[in-house]
Design a protein around this ligand. Structure first.
Ligand code: SF4
Length: 213
């Protein structure tokens, strides 16, 4: 990335980290995937239990492989051969893990996290349950404010995810939200995390790369 763009993003990241702190969340910046893994080594204790929310970012950063190889009890929803019932069980167990990993659809400059779920298991775990929630997001997830977060979901995250999941929704054809009533709709639970009751339960690691949707 161009040095001037780097400067711009870093300035925004500093503002976000400072505002996350005011909102009782901890923020970190790492330049790349390698630094991310080092940061996770610092944050995640061996022999703990972990689980993940649905996320392209966690695959792109190598976090899924990292967790598979770490000394932890990994309730892995992506494991091959799981039945629907197994996955449901993992979703429920995820509420009591030591560390829950996810990305986010948008981070505002005010240090808020905006997410829209199809089923709600991911946002539910972000809101309450796991002792620690580790949110990993590329710089492409940074938006100015709440309105921009909504737009980002309607114009980028949701249509691209609908396409990836091969959903028969209008956005998977048009590339933007048509506020559908489709049985394949992936947007059902809309959440904004403005603040945390438990200080530093949510840790947000912003990676200086474009990741996920
Ligand atoms: S509400 Fe429907 S059309 Fe809009 S983004 Fe979600 S799935 Fe796509």
């Amino acid at each position: 990335m161009d040095q001037n763009m780097k400067w711009l993003y870093k300035t925004k990241v500093n503002e976000i980290i400072s505002n996350l702190e005011k909102n009782n969340m901890q923020g970190f910046y790492v330049n790349n995937k390698e630094e991310l893994i080092n940061k996770l080594d610092e944050l995640v204790k061996d022999n703990s239990s972990v689980s993940v929310g649905g996320s392209v970012t966690l695959f792109e950063t190598g976090v899924i492989d990292y967790l598979k190889n770490k000394e932890v009890k990994f309730y892995n929803r992506y494991e091959e051969g799981l039945s629907k019932e197994d996955i449901k069980e993992i979703y429920r167990k995820s509420f009591s893990v030591d560390y829950y990993f996810t990305s986010t659809q948008a981070i505002t400059l005010d240090g808020e996290l905006y997410n829209v779920d199809g089923r709600g298991n991911r946002v539910a775990a972000m809101l309450y349950g796991p002792d620690n929630v580790i949110v990993i997001a590329g710089i492409n997830k940074i938006v100015d404010d709440f309105d921009s977060a909504i737009k980002r979901n309607r114009n980028i995250s949701a249509p691209v995810n609908a396409k990836r999941l091969n959903r028969k929704t209008p956005c998977a054809k048009t590339g933007y939200c048509m506020e559908c009533n489709s049985s394949d709709r992936i947007c059902n639970e809309y959440t904004l995390i403005k603040r945390q009751f438990e200080k530093d339960r949510i840790k947000v690691i912003i990676v200086g790369e474009h990741l996920g949707y």
